[in-house]
Design a protein around this ligand. Structure first.
Ligand code: CTP
Length: 480
């Protein structure tokens, strides 16, 4: 019995009947037959079952708004109409049958049916008198004969009205059988996943970062050797950009500080600050997080890191950011000198390199009110921002817990860049998320977008777990 819909895309339209909850089980049965299922909800259906349940089970974003575009700009219900092998509307209300019979495309379910050349299967559910009404019979007749739709008639039994009679949604296996029969013998319409609505790996997140300012760094820094050459690294920026996009989708205000990247940046939605060198990245971080290198914390950071001399006391320790996710691959070394002319080829050359400052460790110290000696000499920021570091390791993640402590971060996302699925430029990543309380979450191989959401889940959890003192600054001389 299983696998009769293998490789098929089935659109499941749900309209506003009390039987809408049964569509969740229908989705499960269609999936068990091997189908890729995408769910369309009419506005009244959303009052019976929330889109989150369908999204989590179908691994597709739910279509419920006629005017809403897919993230890539395509029109959702048209993509579904053009790629689905069948549209099954279950439960179909009396209202939906009437709207459909008259071609009134006021919601995503009717609009998809109007726009598709795929077979349509409708499974009505309603009160018995409504089902027997000539208006309903006429509409059903028109859908059958003029439109060629399959109608899986309702069954008899107890109804929501308390009465007993005809009107119950047909048994779900009968509806699945009707879908199987409708597609039998037809070629798969859109075997290429790119032509279908995009799949999401995980649960679609709630907008849980509304009102938060999330700062993300991405890409690889480049250190000039001379005006035409640089020391760089193989970071594509994909992971950092995925974090920025995920934070935007969850409602955050995002500042993306972008070193060299080879992916599109969400510059229409985020404030993007392009940088090239570690020095520029540092200046952009100072300006964004602490209000500029020339004031308060910025001076403290620059002076403190270089020679132990702090800047003036800050006027306010109110944080300008809620989280920093440091996904950039920061160069660890830079040439001590970069001449302003192109170096000529000679017999050979030796580059003298100096270490760059550890930006994350410095940001952490300032955030927690510590100077470069580790002494609590100034106000910690409130509410305490959540700091996230990345650790690209080769071969073993043994050094990660020490790196988390050394950098003073709340979360450290460690991965092995030698793993072919997790290296630079891949679409996927296999990471371990360590937290400052000793927690260790080993995630399976996931898309970078899903890794981004898992990291942000950790960020949100730590924000929510902040003590009242950390929220308000009642105890602002906190040191870690
Ligand atoms: N990082 C930073 N400043 C640097 C180097 C790295 O802020 N000069 C940040 C990275 O953005 C990343 C984290 O620190 O979030 C860890 O980077 P990684 O290169 O793995 O750590 P390193 O400090 O370079 O440690 P090691 O060289 O021992 O691996």
């Amino acid at each position: 019995m299983s696998g009769r819909l293998e490789g098929r895309l089935i659109a499941l339209g749900v309209t506003g009947s009390i039987a809408a909850y049964k569509a969740v089980e229908l989705l499960r049965l269609l999936t068990a037959e091997g189908a890729d299922v995408v769910v369309l909800l009419s506005p009244s259906a959303t009052r019976f079952v929330g889109p989150l349940t369908f999204a989590a089970l179908s691994r597709h974003a739910v279509e419920s708004e006629l005017m809403e575009l897919l993230p890539d700009g395509r029109i959702g219900h048209i993509v579904i109409a053009d790629s689905a092998d069948a549209v099954v509307v279950a439960p179909a209300t009396a209202h939906w049958l009437g709207a459909m019979a008259s071609g009134m495309a006021g919601d995503v379910v009717t609009a998809t049916c109007l726009a598709t050349s795929a077979p349509v299967i409708a499974a009505p559910a309603m009160d018995g008198d409504m089902w027997r009404h000539p208006a309903t019979s006429g509409n059903v007749e028109r859908l059958r004969t003029a439109f060629g739709y399959t109608v899986v008639e309702p069954g008899s039994g107890p109804l929501a009205s308390g009465q007993s009679g005809i009107g119950r949604l047909a048994d779900l296996p009968l509806i699945v059988d009707a879908v199987v029969a409708a597609v039998a013998g037809r070629p798969v319409r859109a075997p290429d996943p790119a032509a279908r609505p995009p799949r999401v790996d995980g649960v679609v997140r709630e907008p849980d970062l509304v009102g938060r300012h999330v700062v993300v760094t991405a890409g690889g820094t480049r250190e000039p050797i001379d005006p035409v050459r640089y020391i760089g690294n193989r970071s594509s920026g994909r992971m950092g950009v995925a974090i920025a996009e995920a934070a935007l989708d969850r409602g955050a205000r995002v500042t993306l500080i972008a070193a060299a990247t080879s992916v599109a940046l969400p510059d229409d939605r985020a404030a993007v600050i392009p940088v090239e060198t570690t020095g520029e990245l540092r200046a952009a971080l100072l300006a964004t997080l602490f209000g500029g290198a020339g004031e308060g914390f910025g001076d403290a950071m620059a002076g403190g890191a270089a020679n132990g001399a702090g800047g003036g006391a800050p006027e306010s320790a109110t944080a300008r950011f809620d989280a920093l996710v440091m996904a950039a691959a920061v160069s660890d070394f830079r040439p001590t000198q970069a001449p302003d002319h192109k170096l000529e080829r000679g017999a050979g050359m030796t580059l003298e390199l100096e270490p760059t400052p550890d930006l994350l460790a410095e940001v952490s110290r300032i955030t927690h009110g510590l100077d470069s000696t580790g002494a609590a000499t100034r106000l910690a920021l409130v509410p305490a921002p959540v700091l996230v570091g990345f650790a690209a390791e080769t071969g073993s993640l043994d050094r990660a817990p020490d790196k988390l402590r050394r950098k003073g971060v709340d979360l450290l996302v460690a991965n092995d860049v030698m793993d072919p699925d997790s290296g630079f430029g891949t679409e996927t990543n296999r990471v371990v998320i360590l937290d400052a309380d000793g927690g260790r979450d080993e995630l399976p191989l996931l898309s970078k977008r899903e890794v981004a959401d898992r990291v942000l889940d950790g960020v949100v959890a730590r924000m929510d777990a902040r003590t009242p003192a950390e929220q308000t600054g009642a105890m602002s001389e906190v040191s870690r």
